[in-house]
Design a protein around this ligand. Structure first.
Ligand code: E4P
Length: 230
């Protein structure tokens, strides 16, 4: 399972990469806009926090295939390392995916709402296809069902494309795409931390600490644990 953060907030990326086994960062123009900073500066800052091996997904804003390719190549040079061009599955986007693959650029096909969009993107050579689970659920469609179907044909046709399930609003959605064997998920920071949280874990840790502390006689360890349990 590949976990990625769906954010461009540098302090959050820094904090969560320090704590958790996170593999990369995904961005899109709306997420970029939230930070109100120039794109190039933001991308450089993200790369310097996550390192060259982590996946960094960047979405061009152009709409014509040649312009998408041009923009994606610019971001590749800027981001270096493990870079993915994130391309929406419009007709021009599908053309751009094929052109980028010919140039050896890794691609994630994004803004996927149907099974056939994913299949065409996979056939065009996309390394990842990104179905939007919560946005489908929000229109009374079935986000998990769409991911399930995409997984079925990827396995049936033995395709090398992987599913990057995206657009989550709750832990249950993430859990259910994991049960389907989706290869990766991208999640906003707050929801990512909800995956780990349970009040009974906090209670157990609190009890362990207070039961044991009178008998643990190494002051530095106790001090360190106190910081953690507060
Ligand atoms: C994924 O690639 C998208 O950036 C993202 O997951 C969309 O999520 P949203 O529906 O919460 O905006």
């Amino acid at each position: 399972m590949i976990y990625m953060l769906d954010t461009t907030n540098i302090p959050e990326i820094e904090r969560l990469f320090d704590l958790y086994p996170i593999d990369g960062v995904t961005t899109n123009p709306s997420i970029i806009a939230q930070e109100q900073k120039p794109l190039r500066r933001l991308l450089r800052d993200i790369r310097s926090v996550i390192g060259e091996e982590a996946l960094l997904h960047v979405q061009p804003i152009s709409t014509k295939a040649e312009d998408i390719v041009h923009e994606a190549l610019e971001y590749r040079d800027l981001c270096r390392g493990n870079y993915y061009a994130k391309i929406p599955v419009t007709p021009q986007g599908i053309k751009a995916i094929q052109l980028l693959k010919q140039r050896g650029v890794k691609v994630t096909a994004t803004a996927i709402f149907t099974q056939q969009q994913a299949l065409i993107a996979a056939k065009a050579g996309a390394d990842f296809v990104a179905p939007y689970v919560n946005r489908l659920d929000n229109i009374s469609s079935d986000g998990i069902g769409v991911v399930a179907d995409i997984m079925t044909f990827i396995n049936a046709y033995d395709m090398r494309t992987q599913v990057l399930a995206a657009s989550f609003k709750n832990v249950e959605q993430v859990h259910r795409v994991c049960l389907l064997g989706a290869h990766s998920v991208t999640i906003a920071p707050e929801l990512f931390e909800s995956l780990l949280y349970h009040p009974l874990t906090d209670r157990a840790v609190w009890d362990f600490y207070h039961d044991g502390v009178p008998y643990y006689d190494e002051p530095e360890i106790i001090e360190h644990n106190t910081e953690k349990t507060e």
